[in-house]
Design a protein around this ligand. Structure first.
Ligand code: PMP
Length: 352
C-alpha cells in the first residue's frame, strides 16, 4: 500500500479469482466456465473486421442486446439492463439498495462480501444449515437488502419458487436480488415474477451456460423503475461497459439459445454421471443444480484431493474457510473431461 492510498480502502480484502493457469494441457475445472465453444454466429462476430469494430464507441445503452434479451424472456426493453459481466450488475445492485444494510448467506459467492466492504455496508450474514441448505424463514423481515444466489455457490443447492416468493412477500420494503448465474442447469428462473413483485431484481450472466466468460456480459431483469435506478448508477460509472464485439456476440448468443440449451443438457448428464461415479469412490456433497459439484471424501482431506488432482493435471477450486475446507468445487466439463477426472480420483483414493 502506498502512503497515498485513500484510507477508506485500507481494510479492503479484494476478491481472489480462481487461478488462471499458465501451463498448457491442464484440465481447468476451477471457475465453472462452459467446456463448449460459443455458437457459430457468436464466433463469427469475433472474427469480424476488428479495425472497424473497435475504432468507435459502442452503444452506451446496449439497446440491441437489451431488446433481444427482453424478447427472449417475454419482457419489455425497459425491464432489462445488460452490463459488463454480472459482477458489475451485482455491484450496482449493492450500491443502489443497501441504505439499510445487506444480508446474504455465510457461505455464498465470495464477491458479495467484497462489494459490501468496498462500499462500507452493514452486513448481516445468515448461516446456512448444517447440510448447507437455506431456510427461507431466516430471510423473513430482515429490514435490509437481501442477496440470494439461486442456485447457491459453492454449494450448488437451489431454492424453489415458492420459497423465494415467501422471502419476497416478507421483505416488501426492500429489494431482494436473486443471482441466477447457474439457473440454466435445470432450474426455474424467477424472471417471470418481476411483474408481481416490485422488490425483485434478477441477475444473470453469459459466463456459464452461454460460453462467454471472456466476453463479460451480464444483465439485470426487474421492473422498469428498478432498471432506471441501475442505469443511473451505471451511467455514472462506466457507460461503455460492454465492448462492441461483446454487444454483437451477446445478441447472437441469445438468438442461438437452442445451441446453449443442448450444451446445458449435456453438462447436466455429465454431472449426474460424475456424481454417481464419485459416490462409489466415497465422495459426497450437496445435490448439485449447477455446472459444478461440491464434494468431500470420507477419508481424504480437501487439500489432499486438491493436490492429488493438481499433480495429475486437473485444476479444481479449493477454499480454505474452516466450514468448507474439506470440500472441493469441481466444474463439470465434457464427458471426456469427467472420465479423466474420475480416473484421477480413482488413483487418488487408491494411492493417496
Ligand atoms: N454470481 C455467481 C454466483 C458467480 O459464481 C459468478 C461467477 N464467478 C458471478 C455471479 C459473476 O459472473 P460474471 O461476472 O462472469 O458474469
Amino acid at each position: 500500500m502506498s502512503r497515498f492510498l485513500n484510507g477508506y480502502y485500507e481494510q479492503l480484502k479484494p476478491y481472489v479469482p480462481g487461478e488462471i493457469p499458465k501451463e498448457s494441457g491442464l484440465l481447468k475445472l476451477n471457475t465453472n466456465e462452459s467446456p463448449y465453444p460459443p455458437s457459430p454466429g457468436v464466433l463469427e462476430c469475433f472474427n469480424r473486421d476488428a479495425a472497424s469494430l473497435q475504432r468507435l464507441y459502442g452503444d452506451p445503452a446496449n439497446r440491441e442486446l437489451n431488446r433481444v434479451l427482453a424478447g427472449h424472456y417475454g419482457l419489455s426493453a425497459d425491464e432489462v439492463m445488460a452490463t459488463g459481466g454480472s459482477d458489475e450488475t451485482l455491484e450496482l445492485a449493492f450500491m443502489a439498495y443497501s441504505q439499510d444494510g445487506v444480508a446474504f448467506a455465510d457461505e455464498t459467492y465470495g464477491f458479495y462480501g467484497v462489494f459490501a466492504d468496498l462500499h462500507h455496508l452493514d452486513v448481516k450474514l445468515i448461516p446456512l444449515a448444517e447440510d448447507f441448505s437455506i431456510h427461507p424463514e431466516d430471510y423473513y423481515d430482515l429490514g435490509r437488502e437481501i442477496i440470494l444466489a439461486n442456485p447457491n455457490a459453492p454449494t450448488g443447492l437451489y431454492l424453489k419458487r415458492e420459497a423465494i416468493e415467501e422471502i419476497l412477500r416478507h421483505n416488501r420494503d426492500h429489494v431482494v436480488v436473486v443471482d441466477e448465474a447457474y439457473v440454466d442447469f435445470g432450474n426455474e428462473s424467477m424472471i417471470p415474477l418481476i411483474h408481481q413483485y416490485e422488490n425483485l431484481l434478477v441477475i444473470q450472466t453469459f459466463s456459464k451456460s452461454r460460453s462467454l466468460a471472456g466476453a463479460r456480459i451480464g444483465f439485470a431483469a426487474g421492473n422498469s423503475e428498478l432498471i432506471r435506478d441501475l442505469e443511473r448508477l451505471r451511467n455514472s460509472r462506466n457507460p461503455y461497459d460492454i465492448s462492441r464485439q461483446s454487444q454483437l456476440a451477446g445478441v447472437k448468443a441469445v438468438e442461438e439459445s437452442s445451441y446453449y440449451r443442448r450444451n446445458c443438457e449435456k453438462i447436466i448428464a455429465a454431472r449426474e454421471w460424475t456424481v454417481r461415479e464419485l459416490n462409489q469412490l466415497g465422495f459426497h456433497g450437496p445435490d448439485s443444480h449447477t455446472n459444478f459439484i461440491f464434494v468431500s471424501h470420507e477419508h481424504l482431506t480437501g487439500q489432499e484431493v486438491y493436490e492429488g488432482l493438481r499433480a495429475r493435471g486437473i485444476l479444481v477450486r479449493h477454499f480454505d474457510r474452516e466450514r468448507i475446507k474439506n470440500y472441493n468445487r469441481i466444474s463439470i466439463g465434457t464427458m471426456e473431461d469427467m472420465e479423466r477426472l474420475v480416473a484421477a480420483m480413482k488413483e487418488i483414493v487408491t494411492n493417496g
